[in-house]
Design a protein. Structure first.
Length: 322
């Protein structure tokens, strides 16, 4: 079978400060451009990749001065296809930049685009940006948003910034607020939902997140913004960052998120399609405030025209309800 070989045979690369803090698998993906992730994991698992002479896991974080041994890699013809992001996503992400400086890049992530590839997806935000910005020596996701959630997404442009942001998230110093449309009239006032969540619960063959006593502690604070009989607009902030947290907590207290086809109310969703034209999850990370090395970074992302139109049709913009 025809093969292609990455040039240079065995290479020993010293990690510089630009890549300190980066995961080994991401470092290898950049060095072996076009290599599938399955191959990266295979050569690490077999010990062909070495870090400072020893074996290491793919998710190991590199340090300044580490030496990575990269073996020669042979790929079958057609396997090594350089990733070319769809032009429409390149343009959408260029237009989505909310803030950029030498340390961070903040996007208003569009709904429908995952933050990274996996689970049958060939690309996400990080893959598109790396392909579109080859001059960036370091670019890593600092946190996650669900594929169907839009709004503020932070990427780190240096290893130092990545560590600072992740430490701020772990310490609960990051304020991230969402706007969320939920079913029915919200008559609870400000309410905190403190219920443990466990992910990867199989229900009907589908992996779900559920409220279970043996789950991880999870807290979501809801505050009403505008109330209506059919639906209510809330602001939500999360004290913990569990997968699908807002969606599962909202559904558990019988106010499922509009447009949620996983945990939501199908009849409610159909009504919103018919009355308001809502064809996506109404969950938007509208503001973010985080400490970053002696300065506070505050960024906001307004609702897009589609979601504003839904609120207008529901007459929730000015506090009225139908």
């Amino acid at each position: 079978m025809p093969v292609s070989t990455f040039p240079g045979g065995v290479r020993h690369l010293e990690v510089t400060s630009d890549h300190a803090g980066q995961r080994l698998d991401n470092f290898l993906l950049r060095e072996l451009k076009g290599a599938p992730k399955s191959l990266i994991y295979r050569i690490v698992r077999k010990g062909e990749v070495r870090l400072n002479g020893g074996r290491v896991q793919p998710d190991h974080r590199l340090q300044d001065g580490d030496v990575v041994r990269i073996p020669p890699v042979r790929l079958a013809e057609g396997e090594r296809a350089p990733f070319r992001p769809p032009p429409e996503w390149i343009e959408r992400l260029r237009a989505a930049v909310l803030h950029e400086d030498r340390e961070v890049l903040v996007l208003d992530k569009p709904a429908g685009l995952a933050v990274h590839k996996g689970s049958g997806l060939n690309y996400g935000v990080i893959e598109v940006l790396r392909a579109a910005r080859p001059g960036d020596a370091f670019l890593e996701l600092a946190h996650r948003l669900d594929r169907e959630t839009s709004g503020c997404l932070v990427l780190a442009k240096t290893a130092v910034a990545l560590r600072r942001i992740q430490e701020a998230f772990r310490a609960g110093q990051v304020e991230k607020r969402y706007l969320v449309l939920t079913r029915g009239y919200w008559n609870h006032g400000p309410r905190e939902v403190n219920l443990p969540l466990r992910r990867n619960v199989l229900r009907g063959g589908e992996r779900m997140v559920e409220v279970l006593d043996d789950g991880k502690p999870s807290r979501t604070r809801f505050r009403p913004v505008s109330l209506g009989k059919l639906a209510s607009l809330l602001e939500a902030d999360i004290a913990t960052g569990r997968t699908h947290q807002i969606r599962v907590h909202a559904a558990h207290i019988e106010h499922p998120v509009a447009g949620d086809d996983k945990y939501g109310d199908a009849a409610f969703n159909r009504t919103l399609v018919e009355r308001c034209g809502l064809r996506r999850l109404f969950l938007h990370a509208h503001s973010l405030n985080l400490p970053l090395g002696g300065r506070d970074l505050a960024v906001s992302a307004p609702l897009d025209a589609e979601l504003r139109d839904v609120l207008d049709r529901l007459r929730l913009v000015d506090g009225g309800g139908t």
